[in-house]
Design a protein around this ligand. Sequence first.
Ligand code: SAH
Ligand code: SF4
Ligand code: F3S
Length: 442
Amino acid sequence: MENNAKFYKIITYGCQMNLHESEKIAGILTALNYAETDDDEKAKVIVFNTCCIRENASQRAEGNVGALKQLKRKKKDLIIAVGGCMTQQPGFADKFHEKFPFVDIIFGTHNLEKFKDLLLKKLSTKKTVISIDEKEGEIIEGTPKTRTSFPNAWVNITYGCNNFCTYCIVPYVRGRERSRKLQDVVNECKELIDAGYREITLLGQNVNSYGNDLGNVNFATLINEVSKIKGKFRLKFMTNHPKDFTEDLIKAISDSDKTCKCVHLPVQAGSNRILKLMNRRYTREDYLEKVRLLRKYIPDVAITTDIMVSFPTETEEDFLDTLNLVEEVRFAGAFTFIYSKRNGTPAAKMDGQIPEDVSKERIVKLIDAQNRINREQSEQYLNKVVEILCEGYDDKKNMYLGRDTYGRMAYFNGNDNLVGEFVNVKITKTGGISLVGEIVND
Ligand code: SAH
Ligand code: SF4
Ligand code: F3S
C-alpha cells in the first residue's frame, strides 16, 4: 500500500490569509487522495504558497524553491507547484519560469480554487503549466479545506483590498475587495462550531469594511450574527483598519459575549506626516481617539498593532513620534517591520529611502520599548487565574500551551489530552511575553 500512497507537502509563507489558503490547497489534494507529509523525499507534490509583502519573504521562497532542483533531477515524477502573492505580481511568472524551469506549475492568488485542474493538466500533458489570472473573479464557495489549526478555524469574510497604502503590494496581488455573503460566513462558522472548533478567526485585509460591496450588511451585523451561534467559542477577527473602526463597531464588539478581549489595530506610524505619505487616512489623534473609545467600552482590552520604521523620508523626529505613541498606548504586542521597497507601489518611487544602519537602530529601539512594556504587563499576571483555550502541546518544553481572552500565551502541564479544552490556569511564573502556570479546579 505504502508504495501506492500519494503524499503532498505545502510550504506556506506570509499571513493568516495564506495559511488558510494553504488549507484549501490541502483540501483539494486530500480530495484527490493525497495525504500530508513533511518529508520532501516522500512527497509526490510539493506546493509553495508564497508571500511578497517584504523583500525577505520573496527571497526565502525563491531560495527554498531553488534548493529542490537536485531532488527534482532525482525524482522525475515529483511535481513542484509555486503559487500565491509572489507569483501573482505583474510580469513575475515568466521571469520566474526562466529562472526555475524545473517548476511544474505556476499559479496565482485568483485561481487557487482551480488548483485541481492545473494539477490534472500537468499530469496529463507533462508540460509546465503557467496560469495567472490577471483579474480577480467572483468568489468561489465550497472549496474543500483540510484544516490545520484546531481548535482555531480561519474563516474568510473579505478577499482583496481597496486601501492602497502607498508601501503595500497587497492590492496589486489580491485584487479589489470582495465580501462573502453574510449567510455563507455564518453557515461556515456554525458548521465549524458544531464540528468542535472552539475559536473562529474572521479574515480580511480590512475586516471593518466588510459588506461595503453587499449593501445591507456591515461588520457589526456580522459580529452580531456570528455571536448568536450556540455553543462556547471565541470570536477573533483580523485585520482592523483604524479609519473604518467606528464607535458602532466597538459597541458591537463589546456587546458580544463571544468576542475576545484583544483587538489588532495596526497603526503603522505615529507621525502625521508619515501617515499621510502612507495614505492611511487617519491621524495620530484619530488613532488615539479610537484607542480611547475601545478602552471606554472594553476597559481591559488588549490592543496589538503593526508598526513600520523607515518609510521613505522618515526623520528622527517622525520616528520619535512613533516611539512616543508606543509608550502612550502601551500595546499588548506589536509586530514591527523595517519598510521594504516593493516595486509597483507608489512609495517605491519616493525619494528619501532610509539607509539600513539607521533602520536597524530604529527598529531595535522600538523592539526594546515594546519588550519592556510586555514584561511589565506580564508581571501583572502573577498569581492570577486565567481561562486558557488549550491550543497545542510544545514538544520542546513538554508542556501544553494556549491563550487567554487577551491573546496572552501561557504554558502548563496536564495529563489528559487538553487540546481544544478551556482550562483555568494559575500563573506562577512571568518573564518574557509568555507565562507559565498550573491548572486549578474552579
Ligand atoms: N491588511 C493588513 C495587513 C497587511 S500586511 C493591514 O492593513 O494592517 C501586514 C503588515 O505588514 C502591515 O500591517 C505592515 O505593517 C507590514 N507591511 C506591509 N507592507 C510592507 C512593506 N512594504 N514593508 C514593510 N512592512 C510592510
Ligand atoms: Fe496593505 Fe493597506 Fe490594504 Fe493593509 S489596508 S493590505 S496595509 S493596502
Ligand atoms: Fe499575505 Fe504576504 Fe500576500 S502578507 S496577502 S501572503 S503578500
